[in-house]
Ligand binder design. Structure first.
Ligand SMILES: [Mg+2]
Length: 127
């Protein structure tokens, strides 16, 4: 399997650092964004990633706003996995049509497993 690109969108720096570290250790390429606006910039600069890991509650542009913006621009090739507070995770995923979700707090091991499962579902390096 070729190297897969994951866009990690998370405003909590500690979570972002930990998740980016573990996914890179798994051999994935990880692009990081601290809010939806940065995520959109990354996508416009690098193309659509194989997977978007998306926090919902963020400043500047939150997860719902980013998902709406990607739909508006027809940038919908990347599956999205929602990372958010456990009691909201499933509902948020349904609201934005995400491929999956994981509730915070999550274990890095569970996140690695979930990421691998979604990456195995198909690549999307389309621009
Ligand atoms: Mg957040």
């Amino acid at each position: 399997m070729s190297r897969r690109r994951v866009l990690l969108v998370e405003d909590d720096e500690d979570i972002r650092d930990a998740v980016a570290y573990i996914l890179r250790r798994e051999g994935h390429e990880v692009l990081e964004a601290s809010h939806g606006g940065e995520a959109l910039d990354r996508i416009l600069a690098h193309g659509q990633p194989d997977l978007i890991l998306l926090d919902m509650n963020m400043p500047v542009m939150n997860g719902w706003e980013l998902a709406a913006e990607l739909k508006r621009r027809a940038l919908t090739a990347s599956p999205i996995v929602v990372l958010t507070a456990a009691h909201d995770a499933q509902r948020s995923a349904v609201e934005i049509g995400a491929a999956g979700f994981i509730g915070k707090p999550f274990s890095l091991e569970d996140l690695v497993t979930l990421t691998a499962a979604h990456l195995a579902g198909g690549a999307a390096h389309a621009r």
